[in-house]
Design a binder for this molecule. Structure first.
Ligand code: ASP
Length: 451
């Protein structure tokens, strides 16, 4: 059986709903359908999730919610009207929004997640009604009833292991299951969402729990490309990546798939197939386990860049002789609740690379103060607006000269590299550059390895 997930652009309007239903109905193995909230219908449109976030802000600020509710309901209403569905579903959706608004308690984070989840939840209800109208035995399934339990990290939750056994029971149903993406429930029974784009994660969890043969992830591109098409013209389409390659690229800024979506399917080796709702005949891109991937003929299969990093540089003369320095330094971050990304080091220096979003100014000030006060360092300074650029490919393993070619490409483009990091798997090389150099760096590497 297949678990199949549709992103926001596939759910944006009635035309897209029809395409989704055609895809679902064309293959009896497509048993579980995970849906996102309706996305943008064009350049200047707004995603339903963003409408819901504004609505939550209006509630928080004590404003009038009438217009905000109407904007959200209108998105579903126009889909229902154009699909000639009974109006009852629209009333259900309106009531659902008002009841979420009325449930507002003391915690805004909790309330915000409850509002955001309305996008996917109502999308799934509407899709189930539509599939039924097309003669399909479809059924909306609520994540709480099915047993999708998450950590109580509002806006950034992770799946709790017990969910897998509970979700497995969905196998016994003989209907086509329509499951809302993006959210689950805490053990206390509150709605909790994954981070943005998290419906991909829901799909991965269901594919793993049900032991799917494949996890099909429908979006709006025929393939995953070797580089961002907004940066490089007509980049090379890549028919197959390994999990490791895709994980590195998603981490490095490829927005095709949520960074955490592969974790559930990785250990089971369930292949993921990225496909296009607007061109379902295209085979798409497969993401598979390393031992299922053919030997790569190219050393590099993808180039990604992401901005929004900062680096804390710490210098202490004779640092290499001081046992426990690294632990004490990182403990400060742990105690402040800051997740770090990398820690490249020299003999007397260590740099900690952190995503800016994970370290607000007040925490940063405290960290710097604590490092100075407790670690006896010679200097500590912070550099903002950094980017990382990832060169990824399983073919790089034991290939000679890749780093040299990359460094030469940066040299030609006049880009300063301020950090190089290669993991032991040799699947990727990461370069730290200034934020302004992120795009030119991708172009330079693309020209070197693909043109
Ligand atoms: N609708 C949510 C978002 O916009 C989740 C998703 O689409 O996967 O982030």
């Amino acid at each position: 059986m297949k678990v199949i997930k549709f992103g926001g652009s596939s759910m944006a309007d009635a035309k897209q709903f029809k395409k989704v239903a055609n895809i679902v109905l064309s293959d009896p193995e497509r048993r579980v359908v995970v849906v996102s909230a309706p996305g943008k219908r064009g350049e200047n449109d707004t995603k339903v999730t963003d409408l819901l976030i504004s609505l939550a802000e209006t509630v928080r600020d004590g404003g009038d919610v009438t217009a905000g509710v109407a904007r959200v309901v209108e998105r579903y209403e126009s889909i229902a009207r154009n699909l000639k569905l009974d109006r009852a579903i629209v009333d259900t959706i309106r009531k659902d929004l008002f009841s979420r608004i009325a449930s507002r308690g003391d915690s805004y984070a909790k309330f915000l997640d409850c509002m955001k989840a309305a996008g996917e939840d109502n999308s799934a209800k509407l899709m189930a009604v539509y599939l039924k109208s097309r003669g399909c035995n479809a059924e909306y399934v609520n994540p709480k009833d099915a047993g999708l339990f998450l950590t109580e990290e509002f806006g950034n939750a992770q799946v709790l292991p017990k969910s897998y056994d509970l979700l497995k029971q969905l196998k016994d149903r003989d209907s086509i299951i329509v499951f809302p993406g993006f959210f689950g429930y805490s053990e206390e029974g509150d709605v909790v969402t994954f981070s943005r784009g998290g419906s991909d994660v829901t799909g991965g969890i269901l594919a793993a729990a049900l032991g799917a043969d494949v996890y099909e992830n429908f979006t709006d591109v025929d393939f995953v490309y070797a580089a961002n098409p907004h940066i490089v013209d007509n980049p090379f389409p890549i028919p197959l990546f390994t999990y490791e390659e895709m994980r590195e690229l998603s981490y490095g800024g490829f927005s095709v798939l949520h960074e955490e979506a592969l974790a559930p399917v990785y250990s089971l080796g369930i292949p993921v197939n990225i496909r296009n709702t607007n061109n379902p005949d295209a085979p798409g891109t497969f993401i598979v386990a390393d031992d299922k991937a053919p030997k790569s003929t190219f050393p590099v299969v993808g180039i990604a860049a992401d901005k929004g990093f900062m680096t804390i540089h710490v210098y202490k003369y004779m640092m290499n002789r001081e046992i426990g320095f690294g632990r004490r330094l990182l403990q400060i971050l742990e105690e402040e609740g800051i997740s770090y990304e990398h820690t490249p080091s020299g003999i007397d220096s260590i740099s900690i690379i952190i995503r800016e979003v994970n370290c607000p100014d007040d925490k940063l000030a405290r960290v710097v103060e604590r490092i100075n006060a407790t670690l006896g360092v010679n200097s500590v300074h912070v550099v903002h607006d950094q980017a990382i650029v990832m060169l990824v490919g399983r073919g790089m393993t034991r290939s000679v000269g890749i780093a040299a070619r990359a460094a030469e490409a940066f040299n030609h483009a006049g880009i300063n590299i301020n950090m190089i990091n290669q993991g032991s798997s040799e699947v990727s090389i990461m370069f730290g550059v200034e934020g302004k150099d992120a795009k030119p760096a991708v172009k330079a590497l693309y020209e070197e390895f693909f043109d």
